[in-house]
Design a protein around this ligand. Structure first.
Ligand code: PSU
Ligand code: MN
Length: 303
């Protein structure tokens, strides 16, 4: 029994030594509404291809871990209801029970690594939630970055989180947080978080070399590349601050916690901004897909 299925397009890309970019599926099933979620997923794949790499969207379909989906599989997943949200803890149970689930950053990193894919593009990673000092809600994405050797391109951690605490945990775990092309840490929908990023790089080549150096040193874990949203698509931080406060307060009032919290906050902010947050989210994901494809191409030249 094969537990992992690589699509024909991914097998071809591997045989030819072309760059491959892993893509997650929780952003499709839990991060954006239908039908913009499907449009986004298709555009992200097209962007990766335009920049010379092959996209590998990852999901568990009826118990099989798929690396690379067909368009029909993508469409079905984007419309499916009650799909499980899979992190490191849930992946094996979902597969053993032959169910369907969408992979978060953590689970996508695990699958990418199994398929020897070194680079992954998403929107924003999970992190330390506001109020974590009492809720203890810290995303498994952070621990995955500390142990699985995949470079993740994101627009930072999602701004719904406590960003200073998220940076502290990443530092403790030994995860390099590298801002791309600026000194400031980006804040998902906004270009700047008001925090200096620990590290900075300005080219895909530098990022590819740093990834390889970690492997040469025998260091486990990946890198977080924090790529700022394009200026024309950003929502300024002061516009978003009260919206994020309101969404977090609404979540607390409704007793929303655990896996449901991040999807709830994203949906609530979508409503409170009349859809503007979704437009920004799509723009930043496409921007991350472009950079990830460029890094993937540099990586193939280095090895
Ligand atoms: N990026 C987005 N939207 C999302 C996510 C990332 O633009 O919905 C997803 C990723 O799958 C990430 C998850 O792993 O949100 C974080 O969930 P949690 O906070 O429950 O760990
Ligand atoms: Mn959580």
């Amino acid at each position: 029994m094969s537990i992992i299925t690589l699509s024909p397009a991914i097998l071809d890309a591997q045989a030819d030594g072309r760059g491959i970019v892993a893509l997650e599926s929780t952003i499709i099933t839990h991060g954006m509404p239908w039908p913009q979620n499907l449009e986004m997923a298709r555009q992200v794949e097209a962007t990766v291809r335009e920049h010379g790499a092959e996209p590998a969207t990852i999901a568990v379909l009826d118990g099989t871990l798929h690396v690379g989906l067909t368009d029909a599989q993508l469409e079905k997943l984007a419309q499916a209801k009650h799909v499980a949200k899979l992190s490191r803890a849930d992946l094996a149970v979902c597969m053993a029970e032959r169910r369907t689930g969408a992979t978060t950053v953590a689970a996508t990193m695990i699958a990418a690594n199994l398929a020897s894919i070194r680079i992954f593009a998403t929107g924003g990673i999970g992190g330390v939630h506001r109020g974590a000092e009492s809720s203890f809600d810290i995303s498994a994405d952070l621990h995955e970055l500390a142990q699985t050797p995949v470079t993740v391109v994101a627009a930072g951690a999602k701004a719904i989180l406590d960003l200073p605490k998220t940076l502290e945990v990443l530092e403790t775990l030994g995860v390099p947080v590298i801002a791309y092309g600026q000194d400031q840490l980006p804040a998902f929908w906004s270009r700047e978080a008001g925090l200096r990023a620990p590290l900075r790089m300005d080219t895909p080549e530098q990022i590819a070399r740093a990834h390889r150096m970690r492997a040469a040193l025998g260091l486990p874990g990946g890198q977080l590349i924090a790529n700022p949203i394009p200026a024309e698509a950003e929502i300024p931080r002061d516009v978003l601050a009260p919206v994020i406060e309101q969404a977090n307060a609404d979540a607390a009032r409704h007793g929303i916690s655990g896996k449901a919290l991040t999807p709830y906050l994203l949906q609530r902010i979508f409503e409170l901004t009349q859809g503007r947050s979704l437009d920004a989210n799509i723009a930043l994901v496409l921007n991350n897909a472009r950079l990830a494809a460029q890094i993937a191409c540099r990586m193939t030249l280095l090895t």
